[in-house]
Design a binder for this molecule. Structure first.
Ligand SMILES: [Zn+2]
Length: 303
């Protein structure tokens, strides 16, 4: 099944806020949440979490990576749930300790308010991003015991960014891959978001494809369950190879001219996308990084 809305996904497991920028909640003896979306949705996330948990608080907030649309509301959620501990990778902690990164995350959250208005999302413009502490750092193969029946396995999945983590809950066969796996738009086209490195990105998906998954939570828009969940990562790997071959072909045909390559690829994956989608400047900036990731490989004679 493909779930494109927020609400209950399976027993004790919820998608919160807005499907484009969700927070995931696992209820239980010690409730936990995953990712923290946009700053200006912080109050909405907190209220929905409170509706489910009552007077209980999430014990941990697991961050997948330090992109602005995944850690935006941490400081707001901390105000509502002061005892909640923030968990992320060492690399994410380092990024979040840099003043220039904090400035950029703040600016990008504010710039996204217009996108929220465009798609008619309710939000509180007074909630702005503020820096926060990562309380606990985790690395590949760490296991965080939540209860006798629930453990959260940490999987390092670099490639989208260097700090990317995925989380797997074997007892429930839930995988929170965030943007380590390709991101489909509403038409089903999968965007291969290898911003940092193509091979790392592909190999991270390969690692995730070995897991037994019944619920797959992507970074944006969709949760896949049962058969669809099991097949998605492999589909995303195929799409990633297709994207690489397309970039290679375009770079060959356009004599390495990135501007012309970008126009051709944008036509295929952005212009035809009816949305919701990133603002065009953000898309083009990311596309440049994705083209460079493939070009770097070609320059090393890898094809
Ligand atoms: Zn990201």
């Amino acid at each position: 099944m493909i779930i494109n809305n927020t609400g209950k996904i399976t027993k004790d497991f919820y998608s919160i806020g807005n499907p484009a920028i969700p927070v995931y909640l696992m209820d239980g003896v010690r409730p936990v949440i995953f990712d923290a979306g946009f700053a200006f949705l912080g109050e909405i996330y907190a209220k929905e979490i409170k509706n489910i948990l009552g007077s209980r608080h999430p014990e941990y907030l697991f961050l997948t990576h330090a992109h602005f649309d995944h850690c935006g509301s941490v400081s707001i959620l901390k105000k509502y749930f002061p005892s909640m501990k923030v968990i992320a990778s060492e690399k994410a902690k380092n990024i979040l300790g840099r003043p220039n990164a904090i400035k950029l995350i703040k600016e990008l959250n504010q710039a996204s308010e217009q996108t929220a208005r465009d798609v008619g999302v309710d939000f509180n413009p007074l909630d702005v991003f503020e820096s926060f502490e990562v309380d606990i750092t985790v690395k590949d193969e760490d296991v965080i015991e939540i209860s006798d029946e629930l453990n959260i396995h940490v999987i390092e999945t670099p490639g989208h960014t260097s700090d990317c983590l995925s989380y797997y809950i074997p007892e429930k066969k839930i995988l929170l891959s965030s943007e380590a796996a390709g991101q489909p738009d509403r038409s089903g086209y999968i965007v291969s978001d290898c911003l940092l490195d193509y091979d790392q990105y592909y190999n991270s998906m390969k690692k995730l494809s070995l897991l037994d998954v019944k619920v797959l939570c992507l970074g944006h828009l969709f949760v896949y369950t049962n058969d669809v969940a099991g097949k998605y990562i492999q589909e995303s790997m195929l799409e990633c190879e297709r994207f690489r071959k397309l970039v290679e072909l375009c770079l060959d045909e356009e004599d390495g001219d990135h501007e012309r390559v970008k126009i051709r690829i944008k036509k295929i994956e952005y212009d035809s996308n009816e949305g919701p989608k990133q603002p065009e400047p953000a898309y083009l900036l990311n596309l440049e990084a994705r083209i460079k990731a493939v070009e770097k490989r070609m320059n090393n004679n890898l094809r």
